[in-house]
Design a protein around this ligand. Sequence first.
Ligand SMILES: *[C@@H]1O[C@H](CO)[C@@H](O)[C@H](O)[C@H]1NC(C)=O
Ligand SMILES: *[C@@H]1O[C@H](CO)[C@@H](O)[C@H](O)[C@H]1NC(C)=O
Ligand SMILES: *[C@@H]1O[C@H](CO)[C@@H](O)[C@H](O)[C@H]1NC(C)=O
Length: 976
Amino acid sequence: MKRTILIFLHFSICIGTFFHFLSHANSQLSAQEQGILLNLKKLWGNPESLRHWIPTNSSSHCSWPEITCSNSSIIGLSFRDYNINGTVAPFICNLKNLTTFDVYNNSFHSKEFPRALYNCSKLEILDLSQNYFYGAIPDDIHRMSRLRELSLEGNNFDGNIPASIGQLQELRKLMLISCLFTGSFPQEIGNLSNLEELKLVDNSKIVSTFPLEFGKLKKLKYLWMARTNLIGEIPNTIGEMEALEYLDLSENNLMGRIPGSLFMPKNLRIVYLHRNNFSGEIPHVVKALNLDVIDLSENKLTGTIPDDFGKLKHLTSLALFLNQLSGKIPDSIGHLPGLVYLGLFNNNFSGSLPAELGRYSMLEKLWISTNRLTGQLPEHLCDNGKLVEVIAYENQLVGELPESFGNCSSLELVKIYRNNFSGNVPSGLWTSSNLNMLMLSDNSFTGELPERLAWNLSRLEMNNNCFSGKIPQGVSSSRNLLVLMASNNLLNGTIPQDLSSLTILLLDQNQLSGSLPLAIDSWKSLNTLNLSRNAISGQIPEELGSLQRLSELDLSENQLSGLIPSKLGFLNLTSLNLSSNHLTGSIPSEFEYNEYAHSFLNNPGLCANRPSRSFNLENCNSSQKGSSLNFYATIAGIISLVVAVLRGLLFLFSLIRKNKFHLTWKLVSSQKLSFTKSDILSGLIANNLIGYGGSGQVYRVVVNHSGDIVAVKKIWNNRKLEEKLEKEFLAEVKILSSIRHANIVELLCCISNDNSKLLVYKYLDNWSLDHWLHKKSRATIPSSSIDHVVLDWPKRLHIAVGAAQGLSYMHHDCSPPIVHRDVKSSNILLDLDFNAQIADFGLAKILINEGELATMPAVAGSSGYIAPEYAGTTRINEKIDVYSFGVILLELTTGRKANDGDEHSSLAEWALRHIEDGKPIDDALDEEVKELCHLNEMCHVFKLGLYCTSTQPSTRPSMKVVLKVLLQCSQPIRND
Ligand SMILES: *[C@@H]1O[C@H](CO)[C@@H](O)[C@H](O)[C@H]1NC(C)=O
Ligand SMILES: *[C@@H]1O[C@H](CO)[C@@H](O)[C@H](O)[C@H]1NC(C)=O
Ligand SMILES: *[C@@H]1O[C@H](CO)[C@@H](O)[C@H](O)[C@H]1NC(C)=O
């Protein structure tokens, strides 16, 4: 018995020591692991973000947020956004149990792939993305045989992607986004039989076909290969990826037919194949019944919409625009319960629209313009009260507009010009509470204009219809209406007196009568006035000559009589027509130039003081000789004599004042041009107007037979510049037109006279940044086909970098530095690839006295961008541009307008308060582009915007620094 007890005792002591020994060993290992961490911290220069790594004597490091442990042994290190600037030390692999190493978005750097990590024999998850690693992926990458996730996104890795990557059999996720790889994608990737996510997007140096072998990726759910220079055809094996849910091959150079197997994978939900060169028909067999988004737009597809699309109960978005598709839109599309967006514009669709469209789904956007559609617009489009945009112009649609349009308050945009609609416009549509543009031209609408218009309506186009009745005061004076085009209708009554904000008023070819109103103060925004071919009588009021912004005036083919007010000669007109009236007396001397040879035709009582052959007008001096018995001519002669005397006096007077009334245009440039002054001047017509507001109007002008296009910015200045200022301005033009930089809009020349300046720039296709960011201001773009694109975050960042490059160049590489003084999103122009170019360097503002800055309507568009010190001092430096640029960064990240914080604050003030109130930055970011994978970049850029908009100029960074920071955010452009 004793013996048994003894043995038992002995035994339990043994066990005790054993356990004791074990726990001792464990804590020793633990201490070793902590030591490794502390060495790392030291190696990385004790970064602020690891301040809490303080040595302790237990395994407490397991509770540090960066560390994951299992059984007190470290298995995971994660330093996402830790602002660490360091290298990957080989001794990391002394953490024998390490499975995860994640350094996403830091400043880790290395000339080559950190092969030291091969010694981390248990490593499963490796995330090196958004750092500064260089070099190729090594050929023996397969030695990391346990890898389940590998992300190298946003580094400077280059060279060929090695075939051996296909041996990483455990790999579930492979992310090789935005690097500098060359060659093509190895077919061996197809051997990764466990792969679920493959992201190869934005590898612009690769040229590759779509590997046939990808069909073997049976578990692949997510395939993202947009913008990777894919060429050739997609192999039919694509349909063999049976687990596929998300497929994005957009913006490549793929061609040929879309394989018939495309819609086979049963769980496929999202398909983006837009912007390629696919031809042939859309695959007609659809097994993927959960499809949610199909975007095949901007290809060369032919044939019809597959009937099978009518089975897609979850389809919300169908984009097939800019193809060559034809046939009838299947009726079944009208029954889809999820359909929100239907984009079919610029195809050859014919037949009538599905009658039930809008009845069963929350339809928001119907974009079907430029097809050959017939029949009526479906009655039910707005049944669910969500319809926002109906873009149906250039079809053959007939009948009345659906009655329901009169009760559809969600509508913002109705563009249905060039159809065969008839009947009255539903009365509720005119006043629909959100309506911004209503374009009805070239139809057969009848009925009268309403008493008032939707308060927000900025553009009403109704040329070439059968509208009749008077023009109610409430229409012409509508507060936000900028454009009213009503040429060629049956309107009668008198010309409206009150025009409020109108810049373009076309009422030609109607039955308007009475005389022109005299009190026309409210006409001062007018740029274009066309009242020709009516029955307007009486005299031309002198007040017309005070409309400083007027540049096109057509009063031809009316019953106007009396003298032409000499004040009209002061206007800065690009086109004038007073032909076919009963005007008498001499024409103002400013018009005695060949440009105006056809402006005064068929007015028998008119004469000229210096008649020329091209003019065909009597000489005012000779017409009194009495050889003609024409009564009018006699009267005219007397009058013109008086006028001549007056003019003589005026001329003397003007000589004394050293003031020339001649509106001769001078051209200044420092390069050879492919066009002449008159090419430009003759192009300044309403049809070419693409923007107005701010400091002037902008025209798009095709200048010669080879189709060269320029943008002409016309700057108003009501008074003549002081000589010194004028010289300064022209000197600046000379400098600027000699500058060549990829991010500065090329200034070709300046054409100027005493009253205005025309700045002629190279034309860029993609408008300006504000058009993209703030859709409302796109009101000024007539029917643009780019309406549909949202400016995603990578594009926004790319634009920010470009603009920063331009500003930085002008500030730091020019001597003396050139300050812009008017940086704003409408001065950042974009080309087809969204490369930013800055316009208007330093010019517009020279024309404005500093003191007038706050009050001038000409700079109203700049409010929100102006640095606080600008108002108080005349000594400014480039830091005012940094401020304005900061505001642009805030616009890009928040999507808000510069002057739109809330009630009374600017965006910069709003952003600062947002932070001071302790609200998360996330909440301030633009919902439209906010995606998890960009959140960090967006936050960085937002913060940078705040720095740039510091009140104290001295605390704002220089553009050089701003550019550096932006480049760090933006991987693909980084190359230092
Ligand atoms: C790794 O984990 C195992 C199992 O939890 C443990 O026994 C071993 O001690 C750990 N290794 C190190 C170096 O901590
Ligand atoms: C792995 O560790 C061993 C021993 O410490 C070393 O000799 C070898 O160079 C390391 N391998 C790599 C790829 O760094
Ligand atoms: C003015 O209108 C008449 C028709 O009334 C036309 O013949 C003439 O060419 C027009 N002139 C200009 C400058 O457009």
